[in-house]
Design a protein around this ligand. Structure first.
Ligand SMILES: [Zn+2]
Length: 159
């Protein structure tokens, strides 16, 4: 049976696995020369598989934060859903599917879908304003690091 949601999940997990080694520079100060590998942390892919994300320690004396990691596209900071997944859900919602219907389609629940829709709307508004783009799925992996950093600043300023 054709199931666009599960195809999307497999596709996103696959490209994220492939994007795991992108260009490394400190996400706080931009330093690309003096850093050391500094352990790992685990994140779930969209298909619920765990992957290790390398953490680095920045050795720039002036750096405000000291440790950083480079998230592979399509992982977002903190959030479990990707941009594509959020926009997929938002599109279903705007095509007048019920929240219960979207929850069934995506194997999720009402509360989570309602939360994701609200989040998707604010993220889409921000992307439109900030990047002048109507398509929220930014795929250029070189820019992904900058994008995820700004995303964190805007949506998770305390983390
Ligand atoms: Zn730094």
């Amino acid at each position: 049976m054709h199931h666009p949601w599960s195809s999307l999940i497999s596709f996103l997990s696959e490209i994220t696995r492939k994007n795991c080694d992108s260009i490394i520079c400190c996400t706080h100060c931009g330093n690309r020369h003096t850093y050391v590998k500094w352990g790992f942390y685990s994140r779930y892919l969209f298909d619920d598989e765990l992957i290790n994300i390398q953490r680095f320690r920045c050795d720039n004396d002036l750096c405000p934060r000291k440790t950083f990691s480079i998230l592979p596209h399509a992982l977002l900071p903190i959030m479990r859903a990707s941009l594509c997944m959020l926009m997929y859900i938002l599109k279903m919602y705007e095509q007048r599917n019920s929240i219960a219907g979207i929850a069934r389609h995506t194997g999720s629940n009402w509360t989570r879908i309602q939360r994701l829709i609200a989040k998707a709307i604010s993220i889409r508004d921000w992307i439109k304003q900030e990047y002048g783009s109507t398509s929220a799925c930014l795929s250029a992996s070189k820019q992904w690091t900058y994008f995820t950093r700004e995303f964190s600043w805007v949506f998770y300023p305390d983390r």
